[in-house]
Ligand binder design. Structure first.
Ligand SMILES: Cc1cc2nc3c(=O)[nH]c(=O)nc-3n(C[C@H](O)[C@H](O)[C@H](O)COP(=O)(O)O)c2cc1C
Length: 224
């Protein structure tokens, strides 16, 4: 084993979704380092189908306002179809992480109004000073999207390594037509997800829980 594994494991363990940010901006050179590190992700034929549109300052606020307006008036129209169902263990894990969040912020299971309000935090970008819109070349289809998923993970790991907290958000990408209009992106770009990022609010209860992971036997299917 090389000496790279221990720092990698530390980084993987340290990353988690942040759902409350401080308003302080991330320095531009730090954002550029995160983007360049994420660009090291592998892709089929090295096509590198990703591109990332990143807001700062008043532009983040303009986008937040446009997003909230779209949520109030438009039906969701994601470029990637949302899951039809979460069978078996997938559904159980989905329920568990939702319950962990509601428990952390003190929302009762039965309180639908409070749950909806917490969910609306997605469209306030959890107070983040920056949002990264992750898009891929539509012509590259699902494999282009898959490659860009690797970019998303590398982006969030690089951010963690530089002390920047983040959260991937499919909820934001549900307003793909508005996002393309807002940023002047062509129809040839698939809007895959957003990543809100910034410095974490360490005292906020939404940031106090950590999700679990399946054990080896649930992931690994050795043969022979
Ligand atoms: C592609 C993608 C989309 C996600 N969309 C959302 C979202 O819209 N809202 C949200 O609160 N969390 C979202 N998440 C965060 C997941 O809920 C989170 O990664 C998962 O529960 C594991 O927790 P962790 O990131 O803290 O390890 C998303 C994560 C990914 C990878």
């Amino acid at each position: 084993m090389t000496d790279l594994f221990a720092p990698l494991q530390t980084l993987l363990d340290a990353r988690h979704s942040c759902r409350a940010f401080r308003s302080d901006p991330v320095p531009e050179d730090v954002i550029e380092r995160i983007v360049m590190a994420a660009g090291r992700a592998p892709s089929w034929c090295n096509a590198q189908p990703w591109r990332v549109t990143v807001t700062r300052g008043a532009e983040t606020d303009r986008f937040r306002a446009a997003l909230l307006d779209a949520v109030a008036h438009d039906a969701p129209q994601p470029d990637l179809p949302w899951p039809e169902s979460y069978p078996g263990a997938h559904g159980a894990r989905r329920r568990e992480c939702g319950l962990q969040l509601y428990e952390a912020v003190g929302i009762a299971r039965s309180d639908r109004t409070a749950r909806a309000e917490q969910s609306m935090q997605n469209y306030h970008l959890f107070g983040a000073p920056h949002v990264a819109i992750i898009h891929s070349e539509a012509a590259l289809g699902p494999y282009g999207a898959m490659d860009t998923g690797g970019f998303v993970t590398a982006f969030m790991l690089a951010a963690t390594a530089l002390g920047v907290a983040s959260i991937a958000q499919a909820s934001v990408a549900a307003h793909a037509p508005m996002i393309r209009r807002h940023f002047g992106l062509s129809d040839a770009r698939l809007i895959l997800c957003a990543i809100s990022f910034g410095l974490p609010d360490p005292d906020h209860p939404a940031n106090r829980f950590r999700t679990h992971r399946a054990g080896l036997s649930e992931i690994y299917d050795p043969r022979g």
